[in-house]
Every structure is written in C-alpha cells, then in structure tokens.
Design a binder for this molecule. Structure first.
Ligand SMILES: C[S@@+](CC[C@H](N)C(=O)[O-])C[C@H]1O[C@@H](n2cnc3c(N)ncnc32)[C@H](O)[C@@H]1O
Length: 268
C-alpha cells in the first residue's frame, strides 16, 4: 500500500510524463496512431458518434475530457453540437484548435488543464461527457469517474471510448494467435513510420500510460463504479483494435479476439 506522500509523488509523475509525451505527440498524434483512424476503427467511431447524437437535441453541450487533437470532438462539432475540449497538453489542444474548420470554431471552447481539477471547478452542465483513451492515462481513474457521475443530471450521458481492455486470458491458443497478429501489425507499423519519417515514442510511455501496468481498464469495474453512483450502463462493446484495418478485421471476424472497449451510460 502506497503512503499518501508516495501516492502524491506518483500522481505528479504521471501528470508530468503525460505532459511531456503529449507535447511530443502533438499534431503527429493521429498519424502515429493508425489504430484510431483505419477503416475498421473509423466505422466504429462514426457509428458511436451517430448513436450518441441520435438522442441529442440540436446544439447539445459535449465535454470531451482528454480531447487530444479532437478525435471525437471534431465529429460532434461537425454534427452541430458545442464542445468543451479539455486536455492536459497545450500542444495537443493547439493541434486540435488548428484542425477545427473556421465555421465551427464558435462552437468550440478549448481548455488546457488536468481533468480532475477541471471537474472540481467547472460549473457547466453537459449533455454528454466523453472520455476517449484517457482513463488509462490517469493515476486514479476511479475517482475521476465518480466526479463525472456527480456532474451528470437525469438523462445526461457518459461515453467511454477506445480504452485498453483488462481481461483474463481465456484460451492459450487464441492468445498465441492474438500475439502473432500483434507482432505482424507492429512490424508493418514500424516500417511505415520509418518510411514516413515519423518517430515512434516507445520508451516515453512508461508512466504516462499508467493503468497499462495493471493490464488496462476493466469495464466490469467501470460498471460497478457507475452503478454505485446511480448511473446505468446501457452498452459495453468489446473488440480488437489493430494498427491496420485489415488486421483489425481479421482479429474481429476470424480470431474473435479483444483488447479494447467502449461503454455508454446514462443517469436515469
Ligand atoms: C491517448 S490520448 C487520447 C486523445 C483523444 N481523446 C483521442 O482519443 O484521440 C490521451 C490524452 O489524454 C490527455 N491527458 C492525460 N492525462 C490527462 C489529465 N490528467 N487531464 C486531462 N487530460 C489528460 C493527454 O494529454 C492526451 O491528449
């Protein structure tokens, strides 16, 4: 059990490393992460945003915590909604700002800061709070989830998207195939990054991807926390993300493996 002082120091280190790594990622973030933009993942992204938007009034308010370069936010903005995008990294926020078409800029409010701090100070009410690939970067994701629940009034929703799935290995053969495909996927990826002159930041991620050392995020635990706060989970989607769309297709349609999840919840 970590002492309070050690916890605080680790939390600071996680924040500091996230700032450092994402300053390097900046506008290269999405080109460096083709697993978020290949055809397979794009179809999931589009479908998810459409599903969330189907139940929203025009001009709804979205809060995207850890918005990065606008992966989900740009989709909400282009569908006519207002977005508050909050991110720890000034460089990521700047890259997001540059990516917003001029006509949509009035719908966007961009803030640089820590999610936990922002949630404790900001007073706005949002129709949807979005977390895309941020929970595993947090020192205490459970506490952030509870803070979010406290902000959701009746009918308001939470979307957790593209988180690394923590799970038990169920079949050694399936796991071996999963690892084999992952190896191939990474080989292609590294060759492509070399060809495109985009440096890969592998050694930088140790503390910034803090929850990965515990195996990722367990959606069952997320559900427990939300339930405890009176927020109801309506959908959990588990699937396998890969750098390349064809590999993702193979993993999902042939191997049936999983390494990622999305979750949608509502305050009744
Ligand atoms: C993996 S990126 C995901 C970005 C974007 N949501 C996406 O899906 O493409 C994680 C983002 O979370 C941000 N982040 C990490 N820790 C944070 C914190 N404590 N508060 C706010 N943002 C944070 C990082 O700066 C980074 O932009």
């Amino acid at each position: 059990m970590e002492s309070a002082m050690t916890s605080l120091a680790t939390k600071e280190k996680v924040l500091e490393e996230n700032r450092r790594v994402h300053a390097l990622e900046n506008r290269y973030y999405l080109p460096r992460h083709p697993e978020q933009t290949n055809f397979f993942q794009n179809a999931i992204l589009d479908r998810t945003i459409n599903e969330v938007c189907a139940a929203l009034p025009p001009g709804a308010k979205i809060l995207d915590l850890g918005c990065g370069t606008g992966y989900l936010s740009l989709g909400f903005l282009s569908r006519g909604h207002s977005v508050t995008g909050l991110d720890l990294s000034r460089e990521m926020v700047q890259a997001f700002e540059e990516a917003i078409p001029a006509a949509l800029k009035p719908q966007a409010r961009l803030v640089v800061g820590d999610a936990e701090e922002f949630l404790s100070q900001d007073q706005e009410e949002y129709d949807v709070i979005v977390l895309s690939a941020i929970l595993h970067h947090l020192f205490d994701y459970e506490s952030v989830l509870r803070q979010i629940c406290a902000r959701l009034s009746s009918g308001k929703r939470l979307l957790v998207f593209f988180e690394p799935l923590k799970q038990e290995v169920q079949s050694p053969i399936k796991f071996a195939l999963h690892r084999g495909l992952s190896w191939l996927d990474e080989k292609f990826y590294r060759a492509e990054m070399r060809l495109r002159n985009i440096p890969v930041l592998e050694d930088e991620y140790h503390h910034s991807d803090y929850q990965r050392q515990f195996g990722g995020i367990d959606p069952t635990r997320v559900e427990e926390i939300l339930q405890g706060e009176g927020v109801v989970v309506s959908n959990v989607e588990k699937y396998c993300a890969r750098r390349y769309g064809f590999h993702a297709w193979l993993a999902n349609r042939v191997l049936g493996t999983q390494n990622t999840f999305n979750l949608l919840a509502t305050r009744p």
